[in-house]
Design a protein around this ligand. Structure first.
Ligand SMILES: [Zn+2]
Length: 207
């Protein structure tokens, strides 16, 4: 466990195999030589999600395990993302009740695009907005969006009104909470011309 992880972060061990061993898979230089990093912010990890992640090494051989991070407050999710941005390393974010299909995580990890996402609904196609439940953030994207999840950037971004995806909470209600991370990200992306890359088929949101 690295010293930069938060209290309550637990690394679930996997086989430490590096992407450079799989160069023929055409990975992006951003992630070449780096093990797949999966983080699961959670209050309660669905058993099916845990099973999927625990069996991850056996079907692709590419993971260094996964790290669960307990959410204890309304702003734990954005704070968790602040730490990932401070690390400046690519990672996959998988929410505790989102079940990928086998291979989905490797597919987005390998993709050359900077920001890769899945929808949840059958044949669902994103417009401007994308979910946070199963997503890859590349190093390049992180470096291009400094301070993205900090209260300071959050305050500036929520003034931007061109994002139809996110009206935000009523005035006076805190917006920097787990419910509004998707909206904040989309708002910021629209403001700064960032594009996500949607993969298919959708993954399963277990609710
Ligand atoms: Zn992609």
């Amino acid at each position: 466990m690295g010293s930069r992880q938060s209290p309550g972060a637990v690394n679930h061990s996997g086989s430490m195999i590096f992407m450079s061993d799989y160069a023929d898979r055409g990975t992006h230089p951003d992630r070449d030589g780096a093990p797949v990093r999966v983080f699961v912010p959670f209050t309660k990890i669905h058993p099916a999600v845990r099973y999927h992640l625990d069996s991850f090494p056996s079907f692709n051989g590419l993971t260094a395990g996964w790290t669960s991070v307990r959410m204890t407050a309304e702003d734990s999710y954005p704070d968790f993302l602040v730490r990932r941005w401070e690390e400046g390393l690519p990672f996959l974010n998988l929410e505790h009740d989102v079940l990928p299909w086998p291979g989905a995580l490797v597919e987005i990890w390998n993709c050359v695009e900077e920001w890769c996402t899945f929808a949840y609904g059958f044949n669902e196609k994103f417009g401007n907005g994308s979910y946070m439940g199963c997503v890859k953030f590349s190093r390049n994207l992180i470096l291009r969006t400094p301070g993205l999840w900090t209260p300071e950037v959050w305050e500036v971004t929520k003034q931007y009104s061109a994002a139809p995806f996110w009206a935000g909470p009523p005035d006076g209600v805190p917006s920097r909470t787990w419910q509004h991370c998707d909206g904040h990200l989309v708002n910021y992306a629209l403001q700064h011309g960032l594009k996500f890359h949607q993969h298919f088929p959708s993954v399963n949101h277990l609710h």
